[in-house]
Design a protein around this ligand. Structure first.
Ligand code: FES
Length: 104
């Protein structure tokens, strides 16, 4: 499956993603995007913050309470804010578009 990712400088990249890995790992390791992921995907650092394109919000499901509590404290919080380590890549998300949130 593919991920369309908009980097912080506005550049759009298409990434050949791997199913079963989180969006964060795909963006960082397959797409070489600048995601710190300090906590390693444990839903506690919020450095993997992305905005999910409106068309894809339903398919990515709801944020967990832990995820919401973390992300809502971001200075760059938006309705479509997600922690990319909390979304697992599947074929259903083929073509998903996300934009990296600004660094805190
Ligand atoms: Fe730390 Fe996602 S990598 S919250």
């Amino acid at each position: 499956p593919k991920i369309i990712a908009v980097d912080r400088d506005g550049t759009e990249k298409t990434i050949d993603a791997e199913n079963g890995l989180s969006l964060m790992l795909n963006l960082r390791d397959k797409g070489d995007l600048d995601i710190a992921a300090i906590c390693g995907g444990m839903c506690s650092c919020a450095t993997c913050h992305v905005y999910v394109d409106e068309a894809w919000r339903d398919k990515t499901g709801e944020r967990s309470i832990d995820e919401f509590e973390l992300v809502e404290f971001s200075a760059h919080y938006q309705e479509n804010s997600r922690l990319s380590c909390q979304i697992e890549m599947t074929d259903e998300l083929d073509g998903i578009k996300v934009t990296l949130a600004p660094e805190e």
